[in-house]
Design a protein around this ligand. Structure first.
Ligand code: ATP
Ligand code: MG
Length: 365
């Protein structure tokens, strides 16, 4: 029978965002918390009573680390360690071994996924930078918009006074260019319009984007989808989510067209449920994940750290606002957007937390 104090400790472990394994002195795993199940993609039942060597191929190294921890009666920490999961995925973790010597339990190991840590740090930096950029651009857009109206009006008045057709061509240039700038300014100011929250079905959003993309790019484009139809409805701004996904999807198609317009271009939409995910310094219990994957050439390595900044573009005619707007819209839903992948498989992931949604829901009521 498990002592009460240990039972409580194990209960506490259930809610930890970090992965924990508890072992006996024969290095057999006696308990695994849900975060560890997610990290190693293995269920508790498949792991209990198995030797910890299933995670540490170099078991001698592990025994040595455990001995060091026991000799000092303190924790042993290893910073970067690669573990191959049963699904043949290699993950980089930092781990801590702590002796406990309690009943049948001898020590526990806590794992933190390094790429998750790095991602959180990178994403926080981007978030702060994005806030500063967007404030600067908003002020700038306001300053430009008013004189622009004046310029356009004056050109129109001038045009009325002109009789010569060739001279009118000049005023037309002023008017057209003023309109182009006006459009850009409007785009810069859109993210600051307040969202309109309503019950939203993520698959309706994605299907709308699919039909928009199909009408815009009727070439030999294959749009495949892999939806988890059990995902719940949530409270969101449908139009802004459509715009966000559309901007990402459009980039994907443009990249594929650039690379191999003659080959088969595949854009894939995937939806999944996510749990216990950490970002914006917060753990989110439940979330919806949308992956938008294209088989284009991948993101230019010179741009990779900047693509979410406004006015950053790798295209001649690009305004560099698509991803910055998408990020703004997703942030308004307390979500996050990130990209990863290799050439031939560029993946943009959007994560929309659902539990935050309840707060929005209450506000809507
Ligand atoms: N799926 C992708 N594959 C390759 N490169 C990409 C992809 N998505 C974005 N990029 C790169 O990121 C840059 C920034 O994208 P963003 O959508 O912000 O601006 P843009 O597409 O250049 O212009 P806009 O969207 O305002 O018309 C792109 O110019 C492109 O170089
Ligand atoms: Mg774009």
């Amino acid at each position: 029978m498990m002592p009460v104090i240990m039972k409580n400790n194990l209960k506490g472990m259930e809610h930890l965002a970090t992965a924990v394994l508890v072992c006996d002195k024969n290095l057999n795993i006696k308990h695994m918390n849900p975060s560890a199940e997610i990290l190693f993609e293995l269920s508790h039942e498949k792991v209990v009573n198995k030797n910890i060597s299933i995670f540490f191929e170099d078991i001698e190294f592990f025994k040595e680390a455990l001995n060091q921890a026991k000799a000092k009666q303190s924790s042993y920490r290893e910073h970067e360690y690669f573990i191959k999961t049963k699904q043949n995925r290699t993950i980089c973790v930092s781990f801590t071994i702590s002796p406990i010597e309690y009943e049948e339990f001898d020590f526990f190991v806590e794992f933190i996924q390094m790429d998750q840590q790095l991602r959180v740090a990178r994403e926080e930096r981007m978030f702060i930078q994005q806030q500063a950029n967007s404030e600067l651009l908003r002020n700038l857009a306001h300053e430009i918009r008013n004189p622009l109206g004046g310029l356009r009006g004056a050109a129109q008045l001038l045009e009325k006074e002109l009789n010569e057709k060739t001279l009118k061509e000049y005023t037309q240039i002023i008017i057209n260019e003023a309109d182009r700038l006006q459009n850009l300014m409007n785009k810069l100011l859109t993210p600051h319009q307040l969202p309109v929250y309503k019950k939203t079905n993520i698959h309706e959003v994605l299907e709308r984007v699919r039909s928009l993309i199909l009408s815009e790019f009727p070439e030999n484009l294959k749009l495949s989808r892999d939806y988890d139809i059990s995902l719940p409805e949530f409270i969101g701004d449908r139009e802004k989510l459509i715009q966000a996904v559309l901007n990402v999807a459009r980039n994907g198609v443009q990249a594929m067209l650039q690379e191999h317009p003659k080959n088969e271009m595949v854009l894939n939409f995937i939806t999944r449920a996510e749990s216990q995910i950490v970002f914006h310094k917060k753990k989110h219990t439940t979330a919806i994940r949308i992956d938008i994957i294209d088989n284009g050439p991948g993101i230019d390595s010179k741009l990779i750290d900047k693509i979410f900044y406004p006015l950053v573009s790798g295209k001649e005619s690009g305004s560099g606002l698509g991803l910055s707007l998408a990020q703004n819209f997703i942030t308004q839903h307390s979500g996050m957007i990130d990209c990863s992948g290799v050439p031939g498989q560029t993946k943009f992931s959007i994560i929309l937390p659902i539990e935050n949604n309840l707060k929005i829901n209450e506000a809507v009521k």
